[in-house]
Design a protein around this ligand. Structure first.
Ligand SMILES: [Zn+2]
Length: 327
């Protein structure tokens, strides 16, 4: 018998490191609180830039081993976040990092950008059937900032939600990651004086692909108690985030708030009770009766997608997560 905690959260991300940068505090917050946190990563991030000179030869244009290396980085990041249930969509390596929009890598035979939507959504649906999350988190239709794999992750997640709705197993709420305009403005003005300003040359936040009016934000998750876990998870992605990145510098200046607080818009479902001038929820499960019979995990798992069975799981962390996390 598989028993899972009452509260179950599913996050769908594009590349290793997105989970830590975008939702690391939320993941650590819920994992620490005893919720079941499932991370589905859609690609291995093969096309990422490499910020560790000694590992430069792993690059896509050379040995093309970065994806495999990043499995180890993601495993370490998940350990830092306290998350043991991690899978790659369709198994590790099924979908490849598509690279930036318009690059030839968009046309790779395994590029996630070119994935068959229903096939990929079906793979995510298998996870939804198994774990029965009440809440799913992914990106907005622009993938937060326009990367093709982020846009595709959004499409796959939303299509999987449609398919799950037809089966009566859909998460009650779907959230999209977001950054309130007031928080973005505060960050930008703070960084103006910095020598390492990631917004250098940006005159107005209207020129940025993200920044959501505060009244459209639905939830503010305060994971400030977990900011150290989030930073440790980010540091686990050393090939992607330089040790002297502005991300760490700004964290030092803003303190726990920058690392620890994450925001979301609500795309599907009913908003629960909240507070403050905008009525922001402080819990992604707000308003959901997680112990209602409809959320009982149906047992046993259906044959064919028993990811808790090591024999049917993929390699590496997926296999380890399946054995450690679900039994
Ligand atoms: Zn990404």
């Amino acid at each position: 018998m598989t028993t899972l905690p009452d509260r179950r959260l599913l996050l769908v991300h594009a590349h290793p490191d997105d989970e830590s940068i975008g939702t690391g505090s939320t993941m650590a917050h819920y994992a620490a609180a005893g919720a079941h946190v499932t991370l589905v990563t859609c690609t291995l991030g093969e096309e990422g830039e490499i910020h560790v000179p000694a590992l430069a030869q792993l690059a896509a244009a050379e040995a093309d081993q970065l994806g495999g290396f990043r499995i180890g980085e993601l495993t370490a990041a998940c350990a830092a976040l306290g998350v043991s249930d991690h899978r790659f969509l369709g198994g590790a390596g099924r979908y490849r990092d598509s690279g930036m929009m318009g690059m030839p890598t968009n046309g790779h035979p395994r590029a996630f950008w070119a994935a068959d939507l229903d096939e990929a959504a079906g793979q995510l649906l298998d996870v939804i059937r198994e774990v029965r999350p009440q809440v799913m988190v992914t990106y907005d239709p622009n993938g937060f900032y326009g990367h093709p794999d982020h846009i595709q992750a959004h499409r796959v997640a939303m299509r999987a939600h449609e398919l799950a709705t037809a089966e009566g197993v859909a998460p009650a709420k779907v959230y999209w990651t977001a950054l309130p305009r007031t928080v973005l403005e505060a960050g930008m003005s703070h960084l103006t004086a910095s020598s390492d300003n990631p917004f250098d040359g940006v005159d107005s936040i209207d020129d940025l692909p993200f920044g959501t009016p505060d009244d459209q934000i639905a939830a503010r998750i305060d994971g400030t108690g977990q900011h150290a876990a989030k930073e440790a998870a980010m540091r686990a992605h050393a090939t992607q985030i330089p040790a002297d990145s502005w991300l760490y510098a700004i964290a030092g200046n803003f303190g726990a708030e920058f690392m620890g607080v994450e925001y979301f818009t609500l795309a599907v479902g009913e908003r629960g009770p909240g507070g403050g001038p905008n009525g922001w929820e402080d819990d992604l499960f707000a308003g959901i009766d997680v112990t209602a019979p409809q959320w009982a995990v149906r047992l046993p798992e259906q044959p064919g997608h028993d990811l808790a069975d090591p024999a049917s799981a993929g390699d590496g962390p997926q296999r380890a997560a399946a054995t450690a996390g679900l039994r």
